[in-house]
Structure formats: structure tokens, C-alpha cells
Design a binder for this molecule. Sequence first.
Ligand SMILES: Cc1cc2nc3c(=O)[nH]c(=O)nc-3n(C[C@H](O)[C@H](O)[C@H](O)COP(=O)(O)O)c2cc1C
Length: 232
Amino acid sequence: MKDLVVALTGASGSLYGLRLVEVLIARGRRVHLTISPAAVEVFHRELDLQLKLDQFHPEQFLLKQDPMGLNALLGALKPLPAPNARKQAIFGSPEIGSGQLYYHHFRDYSAGIASGSFLTGGMVICPCSMGTLASLATGQSQNLVHRAADVHLKERRKLIVVPRETPLSLIALENMKRLAEAGAVILPAMPGFYNDPVSISDLIDFVVARICDQLGVDHQLSKRWGADASQT
Ligand SMILES: Cc1cc2nc3c(=O)[nH]c(=O)nc-3n(C[C@H](O)[C@H](O)[C@H](O)COP(=O)(O)O)c2cc1C
């Protein structure tokens, strides 16, 4: 199985990115992670997590406090782990898979993922800000997120962009069109409601499931439409 690249940027929806990393690790994948400085601000605002980009450690992903009741929502209703199990998921355990997480600083252009010769199974930018979207659409490589995405496009590898903004300006729409034409998959953070979601966890997993499908990562995060019919 090839390594995967995940980038977290400064759009709202940090939980999508956190859950994605967790699921990929739990599925035994090697994940190369890079984080933009703006994502740090959003993670702090939305999840009360303080990511330290100069001294990153996966422990920083553990939800400590619970200002929005997220642990209860995530832990009680779905197999999305409460902090202890989440720790296991992030660090890997025999029961749930043993992927590995490699962190790369956003200024580290010497990282493997900055080069086309480093083979990967694809890259996801989740969530993706409109700023990063614009940088990708115009081929700017001002940080490792942009550079790794550019590499995926030039090598014709899967690049999945998960934009979050509303409403969308014409500029954002045009940037998405440009990226789609260049081969990227535009997969907006737009959960569906037809599977009767009962928690934030269900909505998050709806989007993460679609990302996993694009990456070819096996999962049971959400019910598949039509699955009931095919089993009878
Ligand atoms: C709490 C918070 C929420 C934000 N939400 C969004 C958002 O949903 N979409 C977006 O495009 N930008 C959002 N921004 C603004 C971006 O973080 C900002 O444009 C930043 O420069 C993006 O940088 P990056 O693309 O390098 O991460 C948000 C900023 C903050 C502080």
C-alpha cells in the first residue's frame, strides 16, 4: 500500500481533517501530514487544540477539553473514539490497525512529498481554504501544502481537495474549475442528510467516507445507498 499525504489548512471544519487522519491510520496507512499556520488558528478556535508546527506530536490531536460536547457526540454515538481510544487510533494498535504518521513542517521543501520521485497513493487537502485553493489554481508553491499538491497534479496522481466556504465567489468557483480540469477531485465538505444522521459524527463521517472511497481506502464509516437492497 502506498503512502498517503494529508494537508490541513485554515478553513473551518478541522474535525474533518482530524477524523480523516485518524481513519487512515486506523486502516493501517502511512500518512504524511503537513499543516498550514492558519490551520493552527482554526484548530484552536474549533477544537481547543494547540498544534505546534515547530514541535508537532500526534498527542496534540487529542481532544483535551470539550467545549462543544464533541467528545460526547463523537464517542457515544459512533465508533469514533473518546480520548483514550482516540489515542490508540492515532498511535495505532493491533486491534484497529497500525498505520504511521509522518509530520512535515510547512516550510520543509526537502520533505519527500515535495518531490515527484517520492511515490504516493494520493493527497487530500482537508479542509481546504479558499486561499490554498487559489494558490493551487495558480501553481504557487509558497508552502509544502502547495508544493506537494502541485507535485500530485504534475505526476497525474490523485489530488482530493475538500473546500469549505459559503457562499462561493466566482473566483473560488473558477479556481475549482481550473483544478478539476487539471485533474483534481473537488470534494466539498457537504455532508448528505439522506442517511438519517443523528450526530455531528455522522456528518463528519459522511464526508470522510467519500474521501476514503476516492483514495480506495476500505471503510465502514457510513451506510452505502442501496446496500440494504443488495443484501436481500
Ligand atoms: C476560525 C477561522 C475560520 C476560517 N474559516 C475559513 C473557511 O471556512 N474557508 C476559508 O476559505 N477560509 C477560512 N478562514 C480564513 C483562512 O484561514 C485564511 O484565509 C488563511 O490565510 C488561509 O491560509 P491557508 O490556506 O494557508 O491555510 C478562517 C479563519 C479562521 C481564523
